[in-house]
Design a binder for this molecule. Structure first.
Ligand code: ADP
Ligand code: GN1
Ligand code: MG
Length: 686
């Protein structure tokens, strides 16, 4: 059984309802005089008394109540009544006071908003996510529900539909403006207009129904007169509906809500109001194709406030519903409670976020949450097996050498079940890593030493893995750096021209074609026994190294998704293509993209030092070829992806992959022209 309390707090009466959320109805009601102005606490005590008596009457224990919601007059923002003239309140934290007095979770909303919410949930908007209510009462009010939530506006003033101007320089409104909807469509306005017409046409049915006495005129009489065929009554009603249609059309044209709900006293006129209104709206609103806004009479009359207030607890549940990432993070053994998860880094493959949590002492903890790209990695589970085996292997070495195992190697946080990754409801794979404290990565070399440091780090990384059992590794992307195969894939994409982009890339395709034979250089060297397979990183760009924020030194090699058997010269080469350049990989102005041979030299020095003599003569000789090979291959991969419609790399603009391909090819040409110098530099450091 699910019960809650809805309170309709009015200037005169306070009505409390016990609501059954399962059968969607008020099962019992009670009310008392509000006797404003009084303090919120006194009123809260009255409310508590009424709640107790309702529960007693229905034999429902207080422990069965989920929450209490209150619909109050005035401006409401975030649980505070900012101002309510009827109640004499300014800045009253009503939700907190009700909560304290009733010991129940408490929510409040402006009464018109609450009524709109009742219609949106259980009334004419049931099953829809958006509804705008227009209430035709003494004044004209309204409420906006978007995506199942009340829209209060930045200052709590939203949804004053009565103060939408429908006639420039029209009737004077109490708000100071002229021509507000309220000056035409409130009961007050309707009555005043009827009195004016009565005086002009004293023989009309309109006049006779009011006995010719202005004080006896009301909002129902013009409709009744019109029904009896009275011309004066017809004029009054037609003008009323005409202005209402203007207002409603404006609402529809701005919001296109699923439903506009017409409520308040005049909505009791039913078909005589809504029929002509819908007729006029046909001509006044956009959006003729597809679904269009329904205009409906309110379902609830007096109970809207109580029901809407009672349902505020549901709205709160919806608002506070945990985000998908929060639920994912909670599946891991992270320390503390979730605070936030923001996109992080500039990787092209995974979906990476920086997660923050807070522990019991208030200390903040940082993690990296990654949704593994399932399109790129077919078996994320096996990939994680590599990840954990490699990091464990490296960690043991770091511990033996007295290093810092929390900052010099990636730490995978297990799930609550003790697994290395989590699969969510939609079948996505997630991993949580310790954020390496006080670290950052770079997309471009900022200081030359940085590049040297990264070389030592990658060289050392490879060196540490020299005795790792390569046969236990799962090949996360087969043929990853098989350049002849990448060439073949490019030619396939050219053949297919899947998205009709071939015509623009003739020069780039020719550039690759001219190097077909070159692509086979490393495979041939391997076949001839000059180039051994090792356990390599395979994605050694600068932003896959973390640097110490304080000292600026290289700390840790990351992005271990592609650790597989490979060639050391490709790891060397991939770093060169990304780092030994004067521009970012994304740079479109090719005059700025140049091979930087002094950075190349620094890297050669660092890599050879880091590898600690672990490289063979054949490998050392092929380092410059590795640089050209990786740059050419990467350019071909970008070009292939461009021709295939950008299905692999994350892009931020349509030409992104083409820009990147051109950028890489420019570097290839530069390196080719300086190959002799590149070779001489390697010799220098042997
Ligand atoms: P992608 O495969 O998409 O490149 P990465 O694993 O390289 O994904 O992560 C993207 C970025 O996130 C990195 O370049 C780095 O800036 C940051 N990052 C990743 N792991 C960590 C970590 N453990 N600590 C700090 N920053 C990290
Ligand atoms: C990708 O994942 P990320 O952004 O570190 C790609 C590399 C490319 C690089 C080009 C698994 O690296 O191979 O060289 O983009 N990674 C994968 O910047 O394909
Ligand atoms: Mg990366």
């Amino acid at each position: 059984m699910k019960y809650c309390i809805g309170v309709d707090l009015g200037g005169t009466n306070t009505a409390v309802g016990l609501i059954d959320l399962d059968s969607k109805r008020i099962i019992s009601k009670a009310s008392t005089k509000t006797r404003a102005p009084r303090s919120a606490r006194e009123i809260a005590l009255d409310i508590r008394r009424l709640i107790h008596s309702l529960c007693d009457g229905e034999k429902i224990g207080m422990e069965n109540l989920l929450w209490v919601g209150v619909a109050t007059p005035g401006i409401v923002k975030n649980g505070v009544v900012v101002r309510a003239t009827n109640l004499g309140w300014v800045n009253v934290p009503l939700a907190a006071i009700i909560g304290e007095v009733t010991s129940l979770p408490s929510f409040i909303a402006n009464d018109a908003n609450a009524a709109a919410y009742a219609e949106a949930q259980w009334g004419v908007g049931s099953g829809e996510l958006s509804l705008i209510a227009v209430t035709l009462g003494t004044g004209v009010g309204g409420g906006i529900v978007i995506d199942g939530k009340i829209w209060e506006g930045v200052n709590g003033h939203a949804a004053e539909v009565g103060h939408m101007v429908v006639e420039t320089d029209g009737r004077q409104c109490a708000c100071g403006k002229r021509g507000c909807l309220e000056t035409y469509c409130s009961v007050r306005a309707l009555t005043a207009e009827a009195v004016r017409m009565m005086k002009r046409y004293p023989d009309s049915i309109l006049a006779s129904l009011a006995g010719g006495v202005p004080e006896r005129m009301n909002g129902l009489i013009p409709f009744e007169a019109k029904r009896r065929g009275d011309a004066a009554g017809g004029l009054v009603v037609d003008e009323f509906i005409s202005y209402l249609a203007t207002g409603v059309a404006n609402i529809i044209n701005v919001f296109q809500p699923a439903v506009v709900c017409i409520g308040g006293g005049i909505s009791g006129e039913g078909e005589d109001l809504i029929g002509p209104l819908r007729e006029r709206l046909k001509r006044a609103t956009f959006g003729s194709s597809g679904a269009s806004t329904r205009v409906e009479l309110a379902k609830y009359k007096n109970e809207a406030g109580i029901i809407g207030a009672g349902l505020l607890g549901l709205m709160n549940e919806r608002t506070n519903k945990k985000s998908r990432v929060e639920m994912v993070v909670e599946g891991f053994r992270a320390v503390g409670d979730f605070i936030s998860a923001e996109p992080y880094g500039s990787g092209h493959i995974n979906d990476t976020r920086l997660v923050k949590t807070r522990d019991a002492e208030g200390k903040i903890h940082d993690y990296i949450l990654q949704r593994i790209n399932k399109n790129v990695f077919k078996r994320p589970d096996l990939l994680m097996g590599n990840y954990v085996a490699v990091t464990k292997f490296i960690r043991e070495k770091i511990e033996r050498e007295g290093g810092d195992p929390e900052r010099e190697v990636i730490n995978v946080i297990p799930t609550r079940e003790g697994k290395d990754f989590l699969v969510d409801e939609s079948g996505d794979f997630w991993r949580l890593l310790l954020f390496v404290s006080d670290s950052l990565s770079f997309d471009k070399v900022e200081r030359p030493e940085q590049f040297y440091d990264s070389a030592v780090a990658f060289g050392n990384f490879q060196y540490m893995l020299r005795d790792f059992p390569a046969e236990t590794l799962y090949e996360t992307i087969p043929n990853f750096h098989n350049t002849p195969d990448r060439y073949r894939q490019l030619m396939e994409a050219v053949e297919k021209d899947a998205v009709g982009r071939l015509a623009e890339v003739g020069a780039e395709v020719e550039f690759a074609r001219a190097r077909r034979e070159f692509t086979e250089t490393l495979e041939r060297a391997h076949a001839e026994g000059r180039l051994p397979l090792r356990v390599t990183h395979n994605d050694t760009k600068l932003n896959n190294i973390l640097f110490d924020r304080e000292t600026g030194g290289a700390l840790c090699v990351i992005d271990l998704d592609t650790i597989m058997p490979g060639y050391s010269v490709n790891d060397f080469g991939d770093s060169i293509r990304f780092g030994a350049t004067t521009a970012l990989e994304d740079e479109t102005d090719l005059t700025k993209v140049n091979f930087d041979i002094s950075l190349y030299e620094l890297y050669v020095k660092g890599f050879i030092e880091g590898a600690a003599g672990g490289l063979t003569a054949g490998e050392l000789e092929l380092l410059p070829i590795g640089a050209i090979m990786m740059t050419l291959e990467c350019g071909m991969r970008f070009l292939t992806d461009y021709l295939s419609g950008d299905v692999y790399f994350r892009v931020h603009r349509p030409s992104h992959n083409l820009d990147r391909a051109r950028n890489q090819f420019k570097l290839v040409a530069d390196m080719e022209s300086r190959l002799d110098e590149m070779k001489a530099i390697v010799r220098k450091y042997l």
